[in-house]
Design a protein around this ligand. Structure first.
Ligand SMILES: Cc1cc2nc3c(=O)[nH]c(=O)nc-3n(C[C@H](O)[C@H](O)[C@H](O)COP(=O)(O)O)c2cc1C
Length: 186
């Protein structure tokens, strides 16, 4: 591979599911905000909104709401999975970013995916780690989600697209293995 910091950052990223209780600095958070806003969007719509959550009580509310939803669902495999993770959804990360998308934008999810990977790579390049999170989305729809939406200042009419937890890692984990045959050369 080429000797290149961006490629190296991509190769070193891995989902981390345990974080130290160490807040990020305002400079780090400001850099992540610029990273989010620098992400490309189809026809430059820029219809997504980035909710940066560092408030501990709000983070705890999100986590509890997801655990409640899973418990209420009665889906045993999900219940077992979350309990094997000690009911951690955000893994004690000091920052959780929600990318809220416009459901009427056909490229909303694609745009959110691009932005979330930008954030993951930016975090890694800054000496931080991250985990992309789809699961919290369940707490932002349906009955009882109004309180959480108010707590997170969730913009009216938008939906949870994807989220990312960011912080200082409290565990080691290697990047996933991949299969070269998944590339098709024509
Ligand atoms: C769209 C998306 C949603 C994900 N949602 C979750 C999640 O809710 N909880 C979680 O622990 N990991 C979640 N992950 C992380 C994946 O499990 C992880 O990326 C995958 O296992 C590959 O591992 P790696 O990121 O270390 O390469 C998500 C990843 C993606 C791309």
């Amino acid at each position: 591979m080429l000797d290149n910091f961006v490629l190296e950052t991509i190769a070193r990223r891995s989902s981390i599911r345990a974080y130290l209780p160490k807040p990020l600095t305002q400079d780090q958070i400001a850099a992540l905000k610029c990273t989010a806003l620098a992400s490309p969007t189809a026809v430059n719509a820029q219809s997504q909104r980035f909710i940066f959550i560092t408030n501990y009580e709000v983070l705890a509310s999100i986590e509890q709401a997801v655990v409640n939803r899973i418990t209420e669902s009665g889906d045993q495999s999900s219940i077992d999975r979350i309990s094997s993770r000690n009911n951690k959804v955000l893994y004690d990360a000091p920052l959780f970013i929600i990318i809220a998308i416009d459901p009427n934008n056909a490229y909303g999810k694609v745009d959110a995916g691009i932005a979330v990977q930008n954030l993951a790579l930016a975090a890694k390049s800054m000496g931080l780690d991250s985990v992309i999170l789809g699961m919290p989305g369940m707490a932002f729809t349906g009955e009882g989600s109004d309180i959480l939406r108010a707590q997170t200042k969730f913009p009216l009419g938008l939906e949870y697209g994807i989220g990312i937890a960011i912080g200082y890692r409290a565990m080691d984990k290697s990047p996933h293995e991949y299969t070269l045959s998944h590339i098709i050369d024509v």
